[in-house]
Write a protein that binds this ligand. Sequence first.
Ligand SMILES: Nc1ncnc2c1ncn2[C@@H]1O[C@H](COP(=O)(O)OP(=O)(O)O)[C@@H](O)[C@H]1O
Ligand SMILES: [Mg+2]
Length: 259
Amino acid sequence: MTAVESPRLQTAAHALELQGVSRRFGGLVAVREVSLALQPGERRAIIGPNGAGKTTLFNVITGELRPTAGTIRFFGRDVTHLPPYQRIRLGLARTYQTPLVFPRLSVADNLYLAVRGVRPWRLSLRLPRRSDPEFREVEELAERVGLGHALRALAGALSHGEQRQLEIGMALASRPKLLLLDEPAAGLSPGERGKLTALLRELDPRMTVLLIEHDMDVAFQVVQRVTVLHEGSVIAEGAPEEIAANPVVQSVYLGGGYG
Ligand SMILES: Nc1ncnc2c1ncn2[C@@H]1O[C@H](COP(=O)(O)OP(=O)(O)O)[C@@H](O)[C@H]1O
Ligand SMILES: [Mg+2]
């Protein structure tokens, strides 16, 4: 033993760690040797032009697609070969590029099903009663995503922005540790974007969030770091200001037009 103290080891695992992850579709390499690591609680954006491989990367992280190479870890655990439902159990939740809600059910019913979805030993699909303990959870979720006033509204009658809010509420129902959002601001009006940005900024700071976002104003208000994908590869990573000023990024993605 020496008297010299060893440097403090960083023992805390990353919330999400990808090492050399690739995904091919036949001859097309949609995701190419992507490595990235998110600290617990980190907010990270993935940006890149259409077809860059962003959604494919999400599908590989959730297990909806198998990677053709590489490893994926959640909180230090190798999940590369786990099916999606087991990753969900480990604390993963996501939203889709096109909101996935039950249009003919109310906001409350959509949230209720999501809440019950995380309790798979209860198989009944009956709809909520005010006396259910889950109903308080439904109300809280609705309030958290700005839909507290719309519990009885049919999901299909909500605006596009409200459907996105609802979908985020449904993703939050499982109390995820890692939340993936695929273009949550796509198709929203400027007013709706503002609301969404506020909602994302108010999420539990302990939750790790990975966000695909085209709207730089949204992404840059929400995240600490940005990863840029281009033709399946990571071409830059850094703080939002660095990424906005990066000439390579500007030439492939921002076209110099970022303002
Ligand atoms: N299931 C699939 N089968 C074949 N090709 C796919 C499939 N999914 C995506 N791709 C292709 O992979 C590339 C990346 O797509 P995607 O991940 O959707 O990009 P992004 O989300 O960045 O716009 C595109 O060229 C797309 O056409
Ligand atoms: Mg996409």
